[in-house]
Ligand binder design. Structure first.
Ligand code: APR
Ligand code: ZN
Ligand code: ZN
Length: 371
């Protein structure tokens, strides 16, 4: 059995997305059908539409979502119909080396639903859909693996907590999980889009100080201050490396940079700034996604050796959804983490192309589709 719902599909490379009817199968073993309530528009959705990830068109876009579980497969016990859940693109396997050694946040053997959703209309009706990041939540309902559903406080606002499903979690996690900032540690965040300001919010939550926001856009820096930055650096005007060193030395005598520098742009030149802006034995966290042609910038190996510390990349904020989502939703409900501030606008399922356009203009942290 299956049911038909409305959904947003990218049929061909570079073509505008379309609202179409799709078939959603009843959940089989290990699966759940979720009635989607909200889904944020992320750069990755546009990247899929442009063919930048792979050629498995047609894609069912959307992956930063919350909703209500409608039905579960026969063996599913982790969630039940009626549960309010945030979806994740990291359902861990429990069997790989990372899972066995007790670090499932590093599981790369993650899984999705095994059955396929399909197109229900057009000449290509019946074609299997590729859901973005294994989710596909620009849809009234979607089929996922039960492990992709994390139960959270049902009183929370869907549009806000759904954002934990991707960019906001990536940023918060880059600061607190990968960078492990906390009281007595300084942090600089280069790039203050949705991911960067989430890293700033995470650092504020963890008690880091100073929290230095770096961007080339003054509007982004103003937002960063609202989210908890203590200092701002406009790197179109001044050398960010020197500024970060100066600010850190004001608090911690002798500091030669920040304990943690998060790179949330995804470019070689900003990665190089991050490398030199960290204190001796400091940590660089790369969370911005580079394009395949970008290379690590030329840095004398002696500088890598001589400065010590760690160069890390942060994959989904090294999060463990079952641990991090409920915790962050509680902090939100208590007024200690302002997830509402990430929701710039609530839009309809028809408005996704317009939301892609706005993403380029830099005025939007997140457009969130309400279903
Ligand atoms: N120096 C500092 N900031 C920069 C620079 C630069 N040279 N170039 C761009 N920026 C800033 C932009 O002004 C913007 O505020 O980086 C920010 C990027 O933000 P967004 O475009 O909103 O992207 P975001 O959603 O935050 O994602 C950042 O992480 O997940 C990845 O694919 C995503 O690579 C992207 C990165
Ligand atoms: Zn695993
Ligand atoms: Zn995303």
């Amino acid at each position: 059995m299956s049911q038909q719902v409305k959904a947003v599909v990218a049929r061909a490379k570079g073509a505008p997305v379309e609202v179409v009817t799709i078939n959603v199968p009843d959940p089989g073993p290990g699966e759940a059908v979720v009635k989607v309530q909200s889904c944020g528009v992320c750069h990755t959705d546009l990247h899929y539409r442009e063919g930048g990830i792979n050629d498995d068109f047609p894609f069912l876009l959307g992956h930063e979502a919350s909703g209500i579980v409608e039905a579960v497969g026969p063996d599913v016990t982790s969630v039940a119909p009626g549960d309010f859940v945030v979806l994740n693109w990291r359902a861990v396997c429990g069997e790989c080396r990372a899972c066995r050694r007790g670090e499932p946040q590093y599981c790369f053997n993650t899984h999705n639903a095994t059955q396929k959703m399909t197109l229900a209309e057009g000449e290509d009706a019946g074609t299997e859909l590729s859901p973005a990041l294994g989710i596909g939540a620009f849809a009234e309902k979607t089929l996922v693996a039960a492990g992709q559903c994390t139960k959270v406080d049902p009183k929370a606002r869907p549009a806000s907590v759904g954002l934990l499903g991707c960019g906001v979690m990536a940023g918060i996690g880059a600061a607190i999980n990968t960078g492990a900032v906390g009281r007595g540690k300084s942090i600089a965040v280069i790039g203050c889009g949705g991911v960067g300001v989430a890293a700033i919010a995470g650092a504020a939550l963890a008690g880091a100080s100073p929290i230095i926001a770096v961007d080339i856009d003054a509007k982004k820096l103003a937002k960063a201050v609202e989210m908890g930055a203590t200092h701002t650096v406009d790197s179109s005007q001044v050398d960010p490396v020197e500024e970060i060193k100066r600010i850190c030395a004001q608090t911690y005598e002798g500091a030669e940079g920040a304990d943690v520098v998060v790179e949330a742009v995804g470019r070689p030149e900003t990665w190089k700034q991050a490398f030199y802006a960290r204190d001796l034995a400091g940590t660089v966290v790369l969370v911005g996604v580079p394009t395949p042609d970008m290379k690590v910038p030329e840095i004398p190996l002696i500088d890598v050796f001589g400065r010590g510390g760690a160069l890390k990349s942060s994959w989904y904020g090294d999060c463990l959804p079952s641990r991090d989502f409920p915790m962050l939703v509680d902090l939100y409900q208590q007024g200690r983490l302002d997830l509402d501030a990430f929701v710039t606008e609530e839009i309809g399922i028809e408005d996704i192309e317009a939301a892609f356009d706005k993403m380029h203009h830099g005025d939007v942290l997140r457009s969130v589709v309400i279903l």
